[in-house]
Design a protein around this ligand. Structure first.
Ligand SMILES: Nc1ncnc2c1ncn2[C@@H]1O[C@H](COP(=O)(O)OP(=O)(O)OP(=O)(O)O)[C@@H](O)[C@H]1O
Ligand SMILES: [Mg+2]
Length: 388
């Protein structure tokens, strides 16, 4: 079976007054792992539910595998959906949960009767086929030994795999997953990330995956669609979205835990002035233009001596993370209300010796890794200066 491509065209969704989605168009390639990433309330689940047919768009159209599905019921779209709360049937065993969609599809109602049904012609053969299919899926998810247990006797990760098994057993052409790992502890989440990525490679099926977790999106996706306020702001490979965010919102969302955002003014010598200090940048900033100079803590540099191009600050907090540390510092500036006086730099833990709260430091971004954003939030190009 060909993995399904999915075309979304001009999707709007209104729930009364609030508009959950605005004119969303998206082409998901066959076999692709595409992640919808964005903050709470940006419309990720709504978009996924529209693809599944669980929600009707206010405008726009959807095609799955080239076939318009706007009037096709959820069960006839050939998609399987896995939710954050896996909604397993508590009174059925894991094996029966996985078998449930096949039982519903392959047996008629009297064949499904607990005792009488078994005596009906053909039931035995169909039940055996279903048991085979369940065993195959369970083996691939490494849960064969758990099939007799009820959901309450399983760990979160095991339940997660049962829910996946129930989705896989129907051989969907498209998997839709809405934060399926959100309820797991961090170790299990990391493990399941790897399992899902492997599963995707092995099945070769199209996945649309919803998360607000940047790490999940980065580690599993072929492409990431970053959403804000019901719109897709940027779509691209994890590398592109991470290294070349289109605007300040995307840059902020793709940075953990804190993006440095310094107000600055363009100069005509390839630097921007940050509270009077000229800091070299690669972006094409017109002289006199007000911009935001932004960089990640890991792309910052710290000195305990005054250096040209480095901005003076004072250490305000030190967070030891293990092998490295985050140094928080305050810049000497009037702009404090919006946090733009903050500088956060990630350094190796042994470099924190001799630093204490109140120590004067000098901070600068690695010019090749810093961005400049214009007043409208859009990232300024760096084509001219990189070419020069
Ligand atoms: N049934 C509904 N009725 C009214 N408003 C709704 C309904 N479902 C969603 N919304 C609104 O639509 C917007 C998008 O919701 P959605 O559930 O798609 O967000 P999300 O990106 O999945 O967020 P989260 O990360 O919190 O799950 C939100 O403002 C939400 O309040
Ligand atoms: Mg959601």
């Amino acid at each position: 079976m060909q993995p399904a491509q999915v075309s979304l065209n001009g999707i709007d969704k209104r729930f009364g007054e609030p508009q959950a989605l605005r004119n969303v168009s998206l082409e998901v390639r066959g076999g692709e792992f595409l992640t919808l990433l964005g903050p709470s309330g940006c419309g990720k689940s709504t978009l996924l539910r529209i693809v599944a047919g669980l929600e009707v768009p206010s405008a726009g159209s959807i095609a799955i595998a080239g076939r318009p599905v706007d009037t096709v019921s959820p069960r006839d779209r050939g998609v399987a959906m896995v939710f954050q709360n896996y909604a397993l049937y508590p009174h059925l065993t894991a094996g029966q949960n996985i078998a449930a969609p096949l039982v519903m599809r392959r047996l008629n109602w009297w064949q499904r009767l607990p005792v009488l049904g078994r005596a009906m012609p053909g039931t035995r053969g169909l039940r055996a086929e279903i048991a085979d299919d369940v065993a195959r899926v369970a083996a691939s998810l490494n849960i064969r030994h758990l099939l007799h247990r009820r959901p309450s006797q399983l760990s979160g990760g095991q339940r997660q795999r049962v829910a996946l098994g129930r989705a896989m057993v129907r051989h969907p052409v498209l998997f839709l997953m809405d934060e399926p790992l959100a309820n797991l502890d961090s170790g299990l989440r990391a493990h399941m990330r790897a399992e899902l990525a492997t599963l995707h490679r092995r099945l070769g099926v199209t996945f649309i995956y919803v998360t607000h977790d940047q790490v999940e999106a980065m580690t599993m996706s072929d492409r990431i669609a970053v959403m804000f306020d019901g719109e897709i702001r940027q779509i691209g490979t994890p590398e592109t979205v991470f290294r070349a965010p289109v605007d300040l919102d995307v840059a902020g969302f793709m940075t953990h835990p804190h993006l440095n955002r310094w107000p600055a003014v363009g100069r005509d010598d390839g630097t921007v002035a940050v509270a009077g200090t000229p800091v070299p940048v690669i972006a094409d900033v017109p002289a006199g233009a007000g911009v935001t100079l932004a960089f990640r803590p890991e792309d910052g540099r710290l000195s305990t001596k005054s250096v040209g191009g480095f901005v003076p600050a004072t250490v305000s907090h030190i967070e030891l993370l293990g092998s490295d540390a985050l140094i928080h510092a305050r810049r000497e500036t009037a702009d404090t209300a919006d946090g733009s006086d903050r500088a956060v730099v990630r350094v190796a833990a042994d470099l924190t010796h001799g630093l204490a709260i109140g120590t004067p430091v000098w901070v600068a971004p690695d010019a090749g890794r810093a961005w400049c954003f214009g007043a409208d939030g859009a990232r300024l190009s760096d084509q001219q200066r990189r070419a020069a």
